[in-house]
Design a binder for this molecule. Structure first.
Ligand SMILES: CC(C)(COP(=O)(O)OP(=O)(O)OC[C@H]1O[C@@H](n2cnc3c(N)ncnc32)[C@H](O)[C@@H]1OP(=O)(O)O)[C@@H](O)C(=O)NCCC(=O)NCCS
Length: 170
């Protein structure tokens, strides 16, 4: 395969990132949950206080090939805080287009996130995965991650929409 570059996303990548976000949601059978727009991705990732950071995997054409570089995967992360362990990084999404899987691109993205985490003084690198996504779970375990549901019994919760407005009285 041609060479792959894992690099920080630029604002101009947001269109590609949004397409990949939609592909991942489709893979996860939760497409109806995607409400984000390219404008929101631009504003939230590339303003003064970014809410997230993103890595993209770009295939670089071999010398002499006519087509330009092509984004085939992404890893979107942000920083969270643990009252037990201090600084943490959270990988919200990781996705590689089907035709580019199995060549180490996903692992490269994960390794880069680990590198960023250590550079920023984080002691933990966290992520979540749907219970049926066995192949992704096996990959994370093979790379050294611990399954917190298995080990400690955590459940993931969220407040949203009406429940949130009711809580806030708005
Ligand atoms: C998980 C994913 C990002 C890994 O990327 P990748 O570039 O294929 O990863 P690597 O080449 O470094 O590792 C390959 C391993 O990923 C595993 N894998 C996980 N999900 C897979 C999938 N849907 N298709 C193919 N391989 C997958 C394979 O088992 C493979 O292990 P093997 O080589 O021992 O068979 C990619 O497969 C993907 O985008 N999957 C669909 C979306 C997804 O599940 N995202 C994670 C949500 S939490």
């Amino acid at each position: 395969m041609a060479s792959v570059l894992i690099r920080e996303a630029k604002e101009g990548d947001c269109g590609n990132i949004l397409r990949l976000i939609r592909e991942l949601a489709e893979y996860e059978k939760l497409s109806d949950q995607v409400k984000i727009s390219e404008e929101a991705l631009r504003a939230d990732g590339f303003g003064e206080n970014p809410f997230y950071h993103c890595l993209v995997a770009e295939i670089l054409p071999a010398p002499g090939e006519p087509q330009g570089p092509c984004v085939v995967g992404y890893g979107l992360y942000y920083f969270i805080y643990s009252t037990w362990k201090g600084r943490n990084i959270y990988l919200e999404d990781i996705y590689v287009k089907p035709e580019y899987r199995g060549h180490g691109i996903g692992s490269k993205i994960i390794k880069k996130v680990a590198e960023v985490a250590l550079d920023k003084g984080c002691s933990q690198f966290r992520l979540s995965v749907l219970d049926w996504n066995k192949r992704a779970m096996d990959l994370y375990k093979a790379l050294g991650a611990q399954d917190l549901t298995e080990a400690e019994g955590w459940h993931s919760f969220r407040f949203e929409g009406e429940a949130m407005r009711e809580l806030a009285g708005k």
